[in-house]
Design a protein around this ligand. Structure first.
Ligand SMILES: CC(C)(COP(=O)(O)OP(=O)(O)OC[C@H]1O[C@@H](n2cnc3c(N)ncnc32)[C@H](O)[C@@H]1OP(=O)(O)O)[C@@H](O)C(=O)NCCC(=O)NCCS
Length: 136
């Protein structure tokens, strides 16, 4: 529900291979989420979202960094993601515009690429990438 409200993809979220974390407040309400799918040395960052009242306080950056750190621990050297609306947020975290076809090739086994390919959404997506070894 939280990710649906943020208009983010739900595919594969029941797969134990997909890492997903949620931060909750004192009442157990979700404040934000972040996750990734790994394919070799490449991580597809997914589900980075912050509840509307908690936005613009640094939480999205913290959650994204948490996912990067976990992805590095899992063996990732490069992070990739799709984002149509939040490019400036990702640019502040060191991402640059990337080749969508390269993303698809490297991460073809992931749920999100599989779904975007099947539904045709891929053609509307914008790809971003960043090396994970260096911090911005
Ligand atoms: C994108 C999102 C996760 C950002 O979360 P957040 O907690 O507001 O982000 P932060 O507070 O860490 O912002 C970090 C920087 O990015 C900027 N920023 C955040 N969202 C932005 C946006 N939509 N457009 C432009 N700049 C943005 C902030 O101003 C901040 O810059 P500053 O440090 O110079 O002040 C949040 O807006 C969200 O949940 N959006 C809907 C879901 C979504 O689109 N997720 C991305 C999926 S790929």
């Amino acid at each position: 529900m939280f990710l649906q409200n943020a208009d983010l993809t739900l595919s594969g979220l029941d797969d134990p291979e997909l890492a997903l974390w949620a931060r909750v407040d004192a009442h157990g309400r979700i404040e934000g989420t972040a996750g990734f799918e790994l394919s070799g040395r490449n991580a597809l960052i997914r589900s980075v979202a912050v509840a509307a009242p908690a936005r613009r306080t640094g939480l999205g950056s913290q959650l994204a960094q948490f996912a990067f750190d976990r992805a590095v621990e899992a063996g990732a050297e490069r992070a990739w993601l799709f984002s149509r609306r939040s490019g400036p947020f990702w640019q502040k975290l060191g991402f640059v515009s990337a080749d969508r076809d390269e993303l698809v090739q490297l991460l073809s086994a992931t749920h999100q690429v599989t779904e975007f390919t099947a539904t045709g959404q891929l053609g509307r997506e914008i790809a971003w990438s960043r090396a994970l070894s260096q911090r911005p």
